[in-house]
Design a protein around this ligand. Structure first.
Ligand SMILES: [Zn+2]
Ligand SMILES: [Zn+2]
Length: 243
């Protein structure tokens, strides 16, 4: 990672834009590939109808990749100018702890952001496009208003500006985020029933959890965990297994 950071530190703005596009289109491609793979494996069970893929979905998903690239460029520039400080002297278990902490902080912030875009009148318009998908398809994760994509990116940059995470920890968190978002928007269930129950008892968001949010937008606002939905009583009635 030190080698990569050294190269990034010496890139021109044009090279940084190209690198950012390459990284973000790779994430996009991997997400689409994983989605197609998971819907075709033998254990995969359909949860609901397939949301048709529209040309406007393809266009908006590409705009989201551009927005994510802009956030990436801003992040690297904040690092180059010293506003973001990276701590590269972490041991492997400290890196895993960083990923856990970053995920938990972002889980709370994303719950607040997501619930706000549903209930504040101006923001509701921003989130409406995502909810045109009453079911989900392989592009749903990327069918977002630019304000949402940039908003998520700025929240994350805000957190890593306040605390010195390592580049490896941030990268692993972003991989986890893409993985979770892709699985969350599957309209197929890939976990055996017994695993699904364990995931639900462990407050983890599953494909079924977020699918219910697309069907019933007044509940299930969590992204990684259902903890805040349980605390604030916004969890779907069918999932209220906790006291
Ligand atoms: Zn969604
Ligand atoms: Zn929503």
């Amino acid at each position: 990672m030190d080698y990569l950071l050294g190269i990034l530190n010496q890139t021109t703005f044009g090279q940084l834009v190209l690198f950012g596009l390459m990284v973000n289109f790779t994430i996009y491609g991997c997400s689409l590939g994983l989605y197609m793979f998971l819907t075709k494996i033998s254990v995969s069970r359909r949860i609901g109808e397939e949301q048709p893929v529209l040309r406007s979905d393809v266009l908006l998903s590409l705009i989201t990749v551009i927005c994510n690239t802009l956030v990436f460029i801003l992040g690297v520039m904040l690092w180059k100018t010293g506003f973001i400080v990276l701590n590269e002297n972490r041991l492997w278990f400290q890196v895993l702890f960083e990923v856990l902490i970053l995920t938990l902080i972002m889980d709370f912030l994303m719950y607040v952001f997501h619930r706000s875009v549903h209930f504040l009148r101006y923001f509701r318009k921003v989130h409406e496009r995502h909810h045109e998908h009453e079911s989900t398809n392989l592009l749903s994760l990327f069918v977002l208003h630019p304000v949402e994509s940039i908003g998520f990116g700025l929240m994350m940059l805000g957190v890593i500006t306040l605390f010195p995470f390592s580049a490896v920890g941030i990268s692993l968190y972003l991989v986890l985020n893409s993985l979770w978002g892709t699985v969350g928007h599957l309209n197929h269930s890939v976990l055996p029933q017994s695993w699904l129950k364990i995931a639900q008892k462990g407050y983890l968001c599953t494909s079924e959890f977020h699918y219910l949010h697309h069907q019933n937008p007044d509940c299930n606002f969590g992204f990684y965990t259902s903890v805040w939905d349980v605390v604030f009583k916004t969890i779907h009635p069918s999932l209220r297994t906790h006291p």
